[in-house]
Design a protein around this ligand. Sequence first.
Ligand code: F0G
Length: 488
Amino acid sequence: MENSGKLSTVKFYSGDVTPLEMHKVRVVQKLNLLPIEERKEAIYGAGFNTFLLMNKDVFLDMLTDSGTNAMSDNQVAAMSVADDSYAGSASYTKLEAAILEVFNQNYFLPVHQGRAAEHIISKTFCRPGSVVPMNYHFTTTKAHIEMAGSAVEEIYTDEALKIKSDFPFKGNMDINKLHKVIEKWGAENVAYIRFEAGTNLIGGQPFSMANLREVSAIAKAHNIMLLMDTSLINENLYFIKIREEGYLDMPIKDILHEMMSYTDFSYFSGRKVSCTRGGGICTNNHDIYMKMRDWVPLFEGFLTYGGMSVREIEAMAVGLIETLDFNVISHSPTFIKYLVDALDSKGIPVITPAGGLGCHLDAGQFIAHVPQTQYPAGALAAALFIASGIRGMERGTISSVRDENGDDVLADVELLRLAFPRRVFTLSQIKYAEDRIQWLFDNRHLIGGLEWVEEPPVLRFFVGKLQPIGDWVDKLVAKFRQDFGDSL
Ligand code: F0G
């Protein structure tokens, strides 16, 4: 395992900047690429909502990296020696040891996935009249905090929501805004400050160690707890190492331990960080641990499994330790950068600089002729599926809500997220994505908007159904056939 702190990257003699897989593929799963006419049928069947597509109809599943990452051979092997027991499982002891080694945290509460940790944390520390300042929200995080009665204040920097930027740490908090929020609410009403690593909804963007250090000092001065969501810590670590002064030669473990030293507690979704399922809450503070501990057997399962299978627990312990390997954590961001830079160089609107998690197309610019009330990000997600069989995720106004008058609360940005599950896709598959996105961009005038057919009152993006406005889908399919002949 590359763990020394030295960068282990490969330069090409030709000077090409080509990401290189530092693993080999030993188990494969067959993919289907349906003809475009059948892709069209599938998206109609799914109500133009990519969440409702069946995986058998999908070629590259870029919906999410959640629970879809490739495990290593060592993780799969560990699953076969799991210790099945309700209480006191030896598998759990291994996980606790891994938590200590990787995060340098002594106390651990296992849960069935990230949002379950959010549930327990919000239930314990949030109440009406209190606030949680954060760099940016995640959907389930905000829902849990608000359900417990607290408010959310996002204190991101001015750069955070700019689509095109070369700011290396768009996930930073704005320190002035933090001071103002503390002043406005009173330090005693700040439940905790939440820092999300690899900030998901603004494009998988990292924060810097310097910013974390500064926020931590302010939190301590006001006696406020600092919570870190480490679900996307892999890529945040990678970016601190390669982008922040002073960290290039530092081992990943030391960088992570420094990060954790600024927090009071943290939680993660194992569906992301350890390429498994499950999740957990970590702390070195016994009081914080005790306040939450008794909710775990009630909502999740006994304290030595927390809703996870022992097999997942074994795989999680190995997966967390593999996070300390530079080759493991650099894979996803280098592949994402490849696609982002390729699209950006062709003038196709994507979030820059490339982050972790995925490539985010700016549907607002891509199909600027589609008004926000006709859901450009959703329309682009459907159009890309029709054109390529690639399933992305709408992160725009469909993922938003309606106000008290029944009008759409328009999203800050209309994004189509193409997630990169870790170690799953090859470079030629990414080149295929690039090719079909280019074709779609050249034919973007053909793409139209969407309207609701069935709109659920909560979290409508998950199961809501829409339809195209006008006959743009038929025109898109006809143009595809004209340009590609009988190609898939
Ligand atoms: N925090 C972050 C930063 C996340 O990205 C997620 C999930 C969660 C918490 C919740 O974890 O799914 O295990 O309950 N993100 C997934 C996604 C769903 O597709 O981005 P979970």
